[in-house]
Ligand binder design. Sequence first.
Ligand code: ADP
Length: 360
Amino acid sequence: MQTILELQNVVKNYGRTPVLGGVSMEVKEGEIISVLGPSGCGKSTLLRIIAGILPLDQGLVRIRGREVSDKRRTLPPEKRGINMVFQDFALWPHMKVEDNITYGLKVGKVDPAECRKRVEEIAGLLHLDGLMSRYPAELSGGQQQRVAIARALVTKPSILLLDEPLCNLDVQLRIEMRTEMSYLFHKLKTTVFHVTHDPSEAFAMADRIIIMNRGRIDQADKPRTCYLRPGTALVAGLLGAGNRLKRAVLESGTVGDTCCVRIGQDIVEGMYFPGEGRGDLSCQVRFRPEDCRWSSVRGENCFAVTVMMSTFEGGFYRIKTRTMDGDELCFLHSGPIEEQESGYIEVEREKLYVYGSADC
Ligand code: ADP
């Protein structure tokens, strides 16, 4: 598969503040990439550099093998063969839906017959047939989103850039749209560079997820791999492993990718990710509330806890507990549990992530 987008060691500073600290990646033709990361990690900055809206300080960007970021001959956004869908859709309010979609083709001087064919095709795919003579103000948020996507796809860009494209839609619509968009992009074999802070959006849409942390890439893998094997403590936290034990201690004698940790008086096994650890026995243990189980008697791979609080959350109770070391954690349970009751938390070895983390 041909490489469509290539970034090599992209560095960007705002004044003296470093924002991108050397980002490298390749995106293949037809691939849907989701760049995921906490707010402020540099996702939009990266997107704007690819779009050509923002210059980089070091490194290079290639689109279809052509360098577009050379300081002396930077290729302007309109010549990069890219299109972008913005958070607020940015439709032209004075133009009807049909004119909004056709605009890019007219600017590109596409033959009128071809133009009509493409607009009809894309309007059909996005279910816009009956809305072509409306103005944007006469459309719902979801319909405006479809028009923005149609307008971006109709010119058949080399890369489609999506900047948090669903964040202005309500929850139900967001879930529907992300499935539909993923289907459409795969069907049209569109190469997509999608930026989001919402893991479920990235899971639903991406072939590959790139997780950024403070201007660097922490992990780049298939969605399932990122979920099952989060490579850093930040990735684990972002992908739902909200339980964090900072007082656990690594037992010496770690073998391969598994290890033993001491939590209070108990020793449990987990998956080991050495990362940028200090090389000593300090570590950070992470796991998901839904991946652990309460037991009033000692079972497999477990550690002792005391219950602090039970909160009703609809289909389940969230039980807050404390380890013997004083770390707090939650698990999900079918009913409430008495305050101060003692018991054990069981977590399978494959679902207990241990990071030799320098910032734990
Ligand atoms: P994200 O999209 O991941 O939320 P951004 O790329 O928007 O992050 O921003 C990364 C960092 O750069 C943030 O700390 C933000 O405050 C800062 N930043 C963004 N734009 C500017 C700017 N024009 N001038 C100075 N700092 C900026």
